[in-house]
Design a binder for this molecule. Structure first.
Ligand SMILES: [Zn+2]
Length: 296
């Protein structure tokens, strides 16, 4: 039987940390599942004390195998609040987020979270194009060029494909022969939460749409500044995502093992996937359209 934490609410993690289970109670209970020491990755299963036998870390706060990810408790806190709290945890409480590697991670739920994130990351692009089409048809025509609606659809397919593939690359590259398979699987599942910052792409979308509105009242300087700010916000969100993934990689490896081979793989495959989706695919569509245009 596992000892239940005094509080399972992630918002009170700090309290949990400073309130270990009473020694008598801890002695009576063994850890029933594969829970790993966050410092040295030692398997704490069957342990009765509150200290890791390998490195001596006080593991009272990690004894429970119950997930601290708010997303896993949405039946209690509600789906919207659970989602936002998880985004907050991934972005601002990266250490607590990485601690989840010590417990079982539900991969099906992680994939569900990722689907919501991708929807929230992609929707602003679609919304921006629709607003551009109806508020500034001249700018929309200039954007899609000779390709018309076909190219607009292809461009959005390219963006969606890029978001889908690039955000799944960490899941496949986070592998290391020296790390327990179970820990690798948990780390891989956690990377599916890492694109959480991209759920705030709507902020960039709002800035870009404000840019369209400003251009409509012929305030050119403001519209350029707002477009630039939109791109800047999106790049910051992408950078935070990459930072989170790198943190998960380093956490999985623990100790002195070098993380650069995995990080190198991450950048190579991620960059290749982005290039293929954002350059290769639209170029192929444009080529086909030129051929069709010249034949007709
Ligand atoms: Zn340890």
């Amino acid at each position: 039987m596992t000892v239940e934490l005094p509080e399972t609410n992630v918002a009170t993690d700090e309290k949990v940390k400073s309130a270990p289970a009473p020694p008598d109670q801890a002695r009576a209970d063994q850890i029933a599942e594969d829970v790993y020491c966050p410092a040295c990755a030692y398997n704490l299963r069957t342990l009765t004390s509150n200290h890791c036998p390998e490195c001596g870390l006080d593991i009272a706060f990690i004894r429970s195998a119950e997930s601290h990810l708010p997303w896993m408790h949405r039946d209690k806190v509600g789906p919207v609040r659970a989602y936002l709290m998880t985004v907050w945890m991934v972005v601002f409480r990266t250490k607590h987020f990485c601690l989840e590697m010590s417990r079982p991670v539900d991969e099906v739920e992680a994939r569900r979270f990722r689907r919501v994130t991708i929807t929230l990351a992609f929707a602003p692009f679609l919304l921006f194009t629709l607003v551009l089409r109806f508020l500034r048809p001249d700018a929309f025509d200039a954007f899609v060029g000779f390709g018309g609606y076909t190219f607009a659809v292809a461009a959005h397919a390219a963006i969606l494909a890029a978001i889908l593939t690039v955000t799944v690359v960490p899941y496949y590259v986070i592998r290391h022969p020296d790390i327990a398979l179970d820990r690798q699987r948990r780390a891989a599942a956690l990377t599916l939460y890492c694109p959480a910052p991209l759920s705030l792409t709507g902020v960039a979308g709002a800035l870009a749409i404000a840019g369209i509105a400003c251009a409509n009242v012929r305030n050119r300087d403001w519209d350029l500044a707002l477009y630039t700010a939109a791109v800047g916000v999106f790049l910051i969100l992408a950078a935070v995502t990459i930072f989170d993934v790198q943190r998960v990689i380093r956490w999985m490896l623990g100790g002195a093992r070098r993380s650069w081979p995995i990080i190198l793989r991450l950048y190579c495959f991620g960059g290749f996937a982005a290039f293929l989706c954002l350059v290769g695919f639209p170029a192929a569509v444009a080529f086909v359209m030129i051929v069709v245009h010249s034949l007709s």
